[in-house]
Design a protein around this ligand. Structure first.
Ligand code: HPA
Length: 235
């Protein structure tokens, strides 16, 4: 098979049916080195590192998604349509919209509201509610319970804007009970839904729009590991 424009792989077997997608490609490298057995790098196009190995005997891949809806839109589409990926699990960070959602907490995106125009391609006669795959979501919650890790499950915002001209825009989403903001889940959920495959987004809170607190790099690492350990169980 031909490589896609963004993933330089010529065989569908090089990538597992389950792929973890951190935003940062160096996080993909970290996950592969720390958690996977026999990890082999399958992609370096644009330095968007991707690896395949096994976790507890099950094949799993991990690859960077880049930041933002266009970037994860491209990579998830190619993974699904050219490489036959069936389960895509984003592992990322988010900014909290709620006073009771603290830095380092783990959030699972039940659904992803968005200010992006990504859904316009589907010509829907209304608005769409991008949603997680129920089976993956349920399994992730069960794994977290078993590991005694607290998780919050709810609506998140996938925003196209990190530096918003309107500093209070987020408060409107917060009033609707949206838990936190990130920049990718809605596109991932839509690409997966359109293709009939499963997607889930698990996040750690890296900063709070309510208190303006932010985690240190070291603190981020610990909650990042817990989130990855939940995600890897879903392979
Ligand atoms: N905004 C958007 N994405 C994010 C944030 C944020 O504050 N924090 C972590 N990812």
């Amino acid at each position: 098979m031909q490589p896609t424009p963004h993933i330089g792989v010529t065989t569908s077997e090089a990538i597992a049916k389950t792929v973890l997608l951190p935003g940062d490609p160096l996080r993909a490298k970290y996950i592969a080195e720390r958690y996977l057995t026999g990890a082999v790098q399958f992609n370096a196009v644009r330095n968007m590192l991707g690896y395949t190995g096994t976790y507890q005997g099950k094949p799993v891949s991990v690859m960077g998604s880049g930041m933002g809806i266009p970037s994860i839109g491209i990579y998830s589409y190619e993974l699904i349509h050219f490489y036959g990926v069936q389960r895509l699990i984003r592992v990322g960070s988010c900014g909290s919209f709620q006073a009771d959602l603290k830095i380092r907490d783990i959030v699972i995106g039940l659904s992803a509201s968005t200010n992006s125009n990504f859904a316009s391609q589907y010509n829907l006669p209304g608005t769409y509610a991008p949603s997680a795959a129920w089976r993956l979501l349920k399994q992730a919650v069960e794994v977290a319970e078993k590991k005694d890790i607290d998780v919050r499950v709810g609506n998140i915002l996938s925003s196209d804007i990190f530096y918003d001209d309107n500093k209070d825009a987020w408060k409107q989403w917060a009033k609707m009970g949206v838990l936190a903001v990130e920049m990718e889940a809605a596109a991932l959920y839509m690409n997966a839904a359109r293709a009939g495959v499963e997607a889930l987004c698990i996040l750690t809170v890296s900063d709070s729009l309510v208190t303006h607190e932010a985690t240190t790099a070291e603190e981020r690492q610990n909650s990042f590991n817990q989130m990855v350990e939940i995600a890897l169980e879903l392979a």
